[in-house]
Design a protein around this ligand. Sequence first.
Ligand SMILES: Cc1ncc(COP(=O)(O)O)c(C=O)c1O
Length: 405
Amino acid sequence: MPTPVPPPIGVGSRLEGFSYAIRNVVAEATRVEASGRRVTYLNIGDPVAFGFQTPPHLIEAVVRALRDGENGYTPAAGVWRVREAVAASYCASGLSIGPERVVLTSGTSEGIELALSVLVNTGDEVLLPVPTYPFYTATLTKLGARGAFYRTDPANGWLPDLDHIRSLIGPATRALVVIDPNNPTGAVYSTQTRRALIDLADTHGLVVLADEVYADLAYDAPVQPIATLNPDAPVISFSSISKAYQAPGWRAGWLAVSGGDRLDTVLKAINELADGRLCSTGPMQFAIEAALTGNDDHKATFVHALRERAEVTARRLNRIEGISCVPPRAAFYAMPRVDLPPGRTDEDYVIGLLRATGLLCVYGSGFATAPEDGFLRIVFLASPAELNAIYDTIEGFTAQFRSTA
Ligand SMILES: Cc1ncc(COP(=O)(O)O)c(C=O)c1O
């Protein structure tokens, strides 16, 4: 008698709709690689994957912590002196905040997840920009809540449409996510827009979830925390050493809660939730202190390299028939638009590009743009010479794709 095969074990229904396109496209890339074609990964914003190196004093801080026996659990909110360093860096930017309002997290991502988890009930809404960063939609799905998507306008430097935001606010709205500088568009918001966003949230009693992970990577000047514009507004700021300090694999980040005592209950709940996951990685917390108090000369070099790559990207893409691209002003992402033939989608274009050339980008609909709008996101961390070759390839593929409607 053959032994009966036990049925497969199912998953919770909350996971329906949980999707993260940035990594989902990799499944197709793996198939393309298996067929013998080399894949160039332009889908994930990891500076280390493109040869940018974690500053040595951060590595030394982690090694020292390991050797000094800092290998136990830390307090749930993180090592006090590291929280002091984070608070001091906010104070230096003009936002007066104490270490007791800082929580160290496993990257910006965990901070966002902790904040959303304490803020939303089933059915609640959180205002998210479109194009969006898909971690927000994925996390809200997991929590049984949803995004209310506000437009950002490519014709206006990808700035948020304030009237659209106002029109979306209702009884179920809990928070306003502001990603500035922005992934995936590379936008940097004007002071006027930033002030309008924070005042809008303040007036409507919404928490501003300020994703400031690219603040130091704006090409003209670092972007100051949005909370400096209105210290009384309820703001939670998130950041990490993943991007500007080139250590994404260390999962070392923080959140900071401002806005006076209005967010005290939220801060208490975040701390309770943080207790449940014990702590973020201990030795890596010391790298945060090294990053925020040590030499940061690498940043100028990095920003210079990014500006050069952004210029190549915008110039080359805008010369391609059927493609337009708003020049990025920060970070390492561009969100060009392809004028698609009728009936074709952004995913058709991106998967077609991958299969035909081995270039892996992410389709705009993974960031909640309409599939027929033809957006895609490109990570432009490769060297200018490599980028020029990449844009040659994109030019050839686009001509062929658009002519075979
Ligand atoms: C807008 C935005 N927020 C958060 C993150 C996650 O960053 P971390 O590595 O700090 O979790 C990213 C990573 O790409 C991002 O682009």
